[in-house]
Ligand binder design. Structure first.
Ligand code: IPE
Ligand code: IPE
Ligand code: MG
Length: 245
């Protein structure tokens, strides 16, 4: 780990935490047991990312589309955040981690909304790693909401259409200060981005792993970061330009 520390550590790591259900089913357990086990991975990865010096960690915990899963599965998933925040908030405060969220809060059960709001408030002054939970989140919805907010500002004359550029637009997204994603990790073996951070992942390096989320640990994160470091990010330039020759 020491060799990795701060040596080209991606500033923004985003994770699609997939594979809980399959992990559980393979062991003859219920899908919901997989979600419960996944919480431990969240704990460990948050700790590891903070130790490594990651600036922003965004975790896809529940998508807009996940609302259509069987009722008992949705209920179980919605019972996890409260306990998680209750247990992890003291450590976040101690480690100067700031908890944020993206997604449509209004669909969340009151208990989840309350504990998430409490976690955000209690860490609002923290200046260390930004830990963002994507809960009830879909990127297309986020973009549509941004357009709607922008149009409202236009109506009251607060924005000049000629002056809208990418930076102005991004400021209307759920987390205006969120930087572009550097490293996007998807566990669970699928090769897709689903509905996650579509605006923010332009030029992100994508690392997918067969590892199911409940088994994802610090070593896997370090391996993904090592892969990230081995890539040449060109942002549309030529390799020679990037190497400065
Ligand atoms: C990810 O695991 C957790 C959520 C989507 C909430 P899944 O529940 O999607 O697990 P698989 O993909 O069915 O194995
Ligand atoms: C993506 O996983 C969403 C989360 C990890 C919260 P899904 O399991 O819902 O994605 P798809 O349906 O396989 O693309
Ligand atoms: Mg899945």
């Amino acid at each position: 780990m020491d060799a990795l520390r701060n040596d080209r550590i991606p500033n923004h790591v985003a994770v699609i935490m997939d594979g809980n259900g399959r992990w559980a089913e393979r062991q003859g357990l219920e899908r919901t047991d997989g979600h419960r086990a996944g919480v431990e991975s969240v704990r460990q990865i948050v700790r590891a990312a903070n130790d490594l010096g990651v600036g922003w960690l965004t975790l896809y915990a529940f998508s807009s589309e996940n609302w259509s899963r069987p009722k008992h599965e949705v209920e179980l998933l919605m019972s996890l955040p409260e306990a998680y925040f209750e247990q992890e908030l003291p450590e976040a405060i101690e480690k100067n981690v700031r908890i944020l969220s993206i997604g449509r809060d209004d669909r969340l059960p009151p208990g989840v909304r309350k504990s998430l709001g409490h976690a955000r408030e209690q860490t609002a002054m923290n200046s260390g790693m930004r830990l963002v939970f994507a809960l009830s989140y879909g990127s297309r919805g986020e973009i549509v909401d941004a357009v709607s907010r922008l149009l409202k500002d236009h109506e009251i004359g607060a924005i000049d259409p000629e002056a809208i550029d990418e930076k102005t637009f991004a400021a209307y997204l759920d987390q205006p200060e969120m930087p572009d994603v550097d490293l996007l990790i998807r566990t669970g073996g699928e090769q897709r981005v689903s509905n996650f951070l579509l605006w923010q992942i332009a030029y992100a390096e994508i690392v997918t792993t067969e590892c199911m989320w409940p088994e994802f640990r610090r070593d896997h994160l370090e391996e993904a970061i090592a892969t990230f470091r081995s890539r040449e990010r060109r942002f549309g330039l030529t390799s020679a330009q990037v190497r400065g020759s």
